[in-house]
Design a protein around this ligand. Sequence first.
Ligand code: HT9
Ligand code: FE2
Length: 320
Amino acid sequence: MGNYDALLVLSFGGPEGPDDVMPFLENVVRGRGVPRERLLEVAEHYQGFGGVSPINQQNRDLVEALRPVAGVPVYWGNRNWHPFGEDTVRRMKDDGVRRAAVFATSAFAGYSSCRQYYEDIARISVEGGPELVKMRHFGDHPGFVEAMADHTRQALARLGRDDARLVFTAHSIPVSMARSAGPEGGLYEAQLRRSAELVNEALGRAGRPWDLVWQSRSGPPQVPWLEPDVCDHLRKVDAPAVVLVPIGFVSDHMEVVYDLDTEARQVAEEVGLPMERAATPGTHPAFVRMVRSLMDEPEPVPCALTCCPAPVRPAPARHA
Ligand SMILES: CC1=C(CCC(=O)O)c2cc3nc(cc4[nH]c(cc5[nH]c(cc1n2)c(C)c5CCC(=O)O)c(CCC(=O)O)c4C)C(CCC(=O)O)=C3C
Ligand SMILES: [Fe+2]
């Protein structure tokens, strides 16, 4: 058993007002070679929601839902925006926390979804402060699967038909990053396919076909990312109706409410495809219980440092 005296929810962070948007985005893409035009475009998505990403409130809700079941104090910190993980860890140290379980709000393997959270942990750890123990990937956990399956069932009910095709979506990543995910490579996609199949089975649909497609592509256009994109897929899919299942995310944050509920929805309307979007786990009771049960598992063996390496980025342009 883990023997933790606190739980730290470690997340991505998001802006909470118009003036936060650009500084937040600059934190996200520092050194990552994302073109300026892409950044300005994404800034517009946030400004369309008053500069407020839903992700921080969703993490506050998750923390509140975890308090009664965690059995230890629950803290929350982010990589890219307030409350920053480094500030939270200083508070944990002041509170005398010795050893905290870290729940990273990302279910799968890969550089962005896993390794980068280890990097965060190394960066925010302080001398004399708590030991931070990252818990395992959880995309195959029965609590995660039950939450996704419940929400997918609700979306099918809203659609009012059972002949809809399940189209699972996850964040696209560079093909090179997908190849190097996990000890043998390809683990991001393999885990996503496994989770999708588990959700499909939980819905009593074993043997019925489903798709896994990608969303929210970033990066420079010359770098290949995982395809097909969800919007292209909706234009071609041979199905009478679709339920989008954002299996790659744990809350209905901006990539969900903009990229799916705004962009993908518009494509579905254009092509006359009936579509509903399933909610992500959020604060579903089975998902909340899952976090507690992860804390009761034996301490996970951390991935080897060679696993899910940071991608080699294009060098910044320099004058000759
Ligand atoms: C795999 C993955 C997850 C899922 C796992 C996890 O959840 O951790 C995820 C989640 C998220 N991604 C988010 C936001 C952004 N991601 C960006 C850019 C990128 N994401 C990448 C990957 C992922 N991202 C990658 C390879 C890049 C390229 C830059 C780089 O190599 O790092 C950019 C830059 C602008 C752009 O989109 O181009 C933004 C703003 C938000 C917050 C949403 C909100 O505010 O509500 C969340 C939860
Ligand atoms: Fe992202």
